[in-house]
Design a protein around this ligand. Structure first.
Ligand SMILES: NC(=O)c1ccc[n+]([C@@H]2O[C@H](COP(=O)([O-])OP(=O)(O)OC[C@H]3O[C@@H](n4cnc5c(N)ncnc54)[C@H](O)[C@@H]3O)[C@@H](O)[C@H]2O)c1
Ligand SMILES: O=C(O)C(=O)C[C@]1(C(=O)O)C=C[C@@H](O)C=C1
Length: 358
């Protein structure tokens, strides 16, 4: 496949995010140049095929800064100064702080447009990187007073190229949103997993899928998360404070489950959880009789019909289907449910025919 992104892309910071971006773009024949403060990390990213080493004479059209949040503003400022023709973006998990720091430092922010792919892993470094990390995931682009619509379109193309769904959101609103959907969940998962430290072996030996589902991200890098949480502390605080109120009410109910109103209080907590989880896009309950494949389609007339026709041609019966749109994004997400025994073959056949299956 060839890319819509033309020109060179320079990636600074070749850890999980930077190497994943490099792998995805390189597979589309984009000229990717890589840089990292750590020579061994850079060498690994080059060995994995995420791009070539940065060199004299590089002339990137886009610079993607994928370094830890505490140095992101400094590195963005350096890149703006070093490549005066380039659009510089970053992928840090917080957006308001870096923008404010750049503005305060008098950096040429008219060429800076922050972004944040809502995709990651609980592991760091280039070894954990994957070209398909961003498939079907939102990728926030955070316009500000000095950025332009053309720049946003350029980054949207980059995100789309990597299979992500671009979403425009100003930095402050982004930071409010991730406090609820990313930062508080990380802490809750860590707190939950911390309960296991002193649990006896016969308890941890029984760990089932419920515990695994709720604790995967507890394995995340503490050093990175200390930075993320510190940078968004003021927005995470009210979320955790509301959570503490809910926890206090729950403790009251559990202290005497037979007391009047206690059963209702417990049921309310669980029902609110049902309502909350139903609001997560693409998580509308699991039908164990079918397997769901997620296919990304260009948001153009006839694409959905073509997909359904091809599934028919492949002799697979559709059990169910859902179409999701992200407002303004040039992509549609189709969830097709098929019998489990047909799913593996269908996925391979669709990919062979050029469809992108997430
Ligand atoms: N990990 C995730 O799931 C995730 C998801 C979305 C966004 N992010 C954001 O992406 C950024 C990178 O996170 P990651 O998980 O890839 O971390 P990582 O630790 O895997 O990689 C960071 C890389 O940056 C390099 N680096 C540090 N300082 C540098 C400097 N001054 N110049 C050049 N390179 C430097 C490090 O050597 C390392 O290779 C962070 O800002 C993070 O908030 C992370
Ligand atoms: O799924 C993971 O392991 C993540 O790290 C994901 C996740 C998230 O909370 O969605 C974590 C932090 C990043 O800023 C973006 C993505």
């Amino acid at each position: 496949m060839s890319a819509r992104t033309t020109g060179q892309v320079r990636v600074v910071g070749t850890g999980l995010l930077g190497t994943s971006i490099g792998l995805g773009l390189t597979s589309l024949d984009v000229d990717v140049v890589l840089d990292d403060v750590s020579p061994s990390t850079l060498a690994l990213a080059v060995d994995y095929g995420a791009g070539r080493r940065a060199a004299e004479g590089d002339a990137p059209a886009i610079v993607v800064v994928a370094v830890p949040p505490d140095v992101v503003a400094r590195v963005v400022a350096e890149e703006l100064a070093r490549f005066p023709e380039a659009l510089v973006t970053d992928v840090a998990s917080v957006k308001a702080g870096p923008l404010a720091a750049l503005q305060a430092a008098g950096a040429p922010v008219a060429r800076y447009l922050g972004s944040h792919p809502m995709a990651g892993r609980e592991r760091s470094g280039p070894i954990a990187a994957r070209a398909d990390l961003f498939l079907g995931r939102p990728w926030v682009i955070a316009p500000h007073e000095a950025s332009t619509a053309e720049q946003a379109v350029l980054l949207e193309s980059l995100a789309f190229e990597l299979g992500a769904i671009p979403v425009r959101l100003p930095a402050e609103r982004h930071d409010d949103a991730v406090a609820v959907v990313s930062h508080a969940p990380q802490l809750v998962s860590s707190l939950l997993a911390a309960r296991l430290v002193d649990a006896p072996d016969h308890a941890t030996d029984l760990a089932g899928q419920g515990l695994r589902d709720t604790t995967r991200i507890a394995a995340s890098d503490p050093a990175l998360w200390v930075q993320i949480l510190s940078a968004n502390a003021a927005r995470v605080l009210p979320v955790l404070s509301d959570l503490r109120d809910d926890l206090d009410a729950l403790l009251g109910a559990l202290a005497d489950p037979a007391a009047p109103g206690a059963q209702r209080a417990l049921a309310d907590v669980l029902a609110a959880g049902n309502d909350g989880v139903a609001r997560i896009p693409g998580k509308h309950g699991v039908d164990l009789r079918t397997t769901t494949l997620t296919v990304l389609i260009d948001d153009r007339p006839g694409q959905l019909a073509r997909l359904l026709t091809e599934i028919g041609e492949l002799g697979v019966n559709l059990e169910d289907m859902r179409l999701e749109h992200s407002p303004g994004a040039p992509i549609g997400i189709v969830e097709v449910s098929v019998l489990p025994e047909a799913a593996g073959g269908l996925e391979a056949d669709l990919e062979r025919r050029g469809w992108r299956v997430a």
